[in-house]
Design a protein around this ligand. Structure first.
Ligand code: F0G
Length: 358
């Protein structure tokens, strides 16, 4: 049996690592690529879901963090810092503590999901809630890293993008080529950039011939790339991508142009509708930001932009358990309260609509 060894060991020949690099890993990567029959039926395309919530801390960030923390330790760092909407902080905290170094994380006060806050605290990070938004946090983290002995592990650190490109390698491994379209949520646009790079490298080494068209989606209230200018007060229920001034903006525009790609904006109610479809029809539980890939596909399909039979991969970036409250809200906005029953078999059978068997 082949035991998965984490992305650095699995892809060492394609990453900037050497024998001198200590491998700090929690076994990230190797996530499922799941055929999504319900989405294929809705769109007429051949739809697959890359379920990145299956990483050790529950998001794709672990692929980049194993690289960023390993390289930081290689360079002698004793402390790392990041700004985060939650997932990066959870991942940085876990990998730093695993490496025996400290992590400081800056998050927007009151604006990150409970599961992510809990992770960073549990893994012993120095967590500060900044009275500002994510963009303020990133500005501060950059300034601290420039002037104090602390190593920045946001995706402006090139090691992060390097690690994250391995997800594209895994897609090509399973499908035997790049898909026709790749749909992905966009916040800082680091992951969009990373997949494009991964697919380009697969083509360069002859493992793939198709460069997927990269389709990225931002929430309508936080859509600077779509608008073409920074958003000073970004808003969306998809807290992971509540970002008004993406760090990898220019790289992402190059990747879009190279791949004949697209950036679109999706309203919060459509994000939540897609969240329900993915949960209830496909069986994959994600946080709201991740559901924007599904919402983007449905929107583009309705617009006639996705040919029948096209092969489509959707990255869903974070696990639903990080931010589970949305499942308990019905389509009409009301609370979902599961029915309460007494300890009584016939009554429970009645509530379940079960007729007694003969
Ligand atoms: N999906 C999730 C669940 C995220 O946490 C993020 C980013 C993205 C998508 C967007 O990825 O920034 O590479 O375009 N989260 C960062 C964080 C900002 O701090 O956890 P991106």
């Amino acid at each position: 049996a082949h035991l998965w060894r984490g992305v650095i060991r699995e892809f060492a020949d394609r990453l900037d690592v050497s024998d001198a690099t200590p491998v700090i890993t929690l076994g990230e990567g190797g996530t499922p690529l799941i055929p999504a029959r319900a989405l294929s039926e809705r769109t007429g395309a051949d739809v697959w879901v890359k379920y990145e919530g299956m990483n050790p801390t529950g998001s794709f960030k672990d692929r980049g963090m194993t690289m960023a923390i390993s390289k930081a330790v290689e360079h002698g760092a004793k402390a790392v810092i990041c700004a985060s909407t939650g997932n990066t902080s959870a991942s940085a905290a876990a990998y730093a503590t695993h490496a025996g170094i400290t992590a400081a994380v800056l998050v927007p006060e009151g604006k990150i999901a409970m599961g992510k806050l809990s992770q960073a605290v549990a893994h012993n990070a120095q967590l500060l809630q900044v009275q500002g938004n994510f963009d303020d946090c990133l500005d501060i983290a950059r300034e601290l890293a420039a002037n104090y002995p602390v190593h920045l592990v946001n995706s402006v650190n090139p090691d992060r993008i390097e690690g994250q490109k391995t997800a594209a390698f895994e897609v090509v491994n399973v499908l035997g080529d790049g898909p026709d379209f790749h749909f992905i949520p966009v916040g800082n646009a680091g992951n969009y950039t990373a997949y494009h790079r991964g697919y380009r490298e697969e083509i360069a080494r002859g493992a793939a011939s198709t460069l997927p068209r990269m389709f990225g989606f931002q929430a309508s209230g936080s859509a600077p790339i779509v608008l073409g200018e920074p958003v000073r007060h970004p808003e969306t229920i998809a807290s992971a991508i509540r970002i008004g001034n993406p760090a990898s903006w220019e790289l992402a525009l190059s990747a879009r142009d190279d791949s004949d790609g697209y950036f679109g904006a999706i309203d919060d109610d459509k994000i939540l509708e897609a969240h329900r479809i993915l949960s209830a029809e496909v069986g994959i539980f994600v946080e709201p930001a991740s559901a924007i890939s599904v919402a983007g596909l449905l929107e583009r399909s309705e617009a006639g932009a996705i040919p029948k039979g096209a092969r489509v991969v959707l990255t869903v970036t974070g696990h639903g358990l990080k931010d589970p409250q949305w499942a308990l809200r019905a389509a009409d906005g009301s609370d979902v309260t599961p029915t309460i029953v007494p300890v009584d078999v016939p009554e429970i059978a009645g509530v379940l609509g079960l007729a007694a068997s003969a």
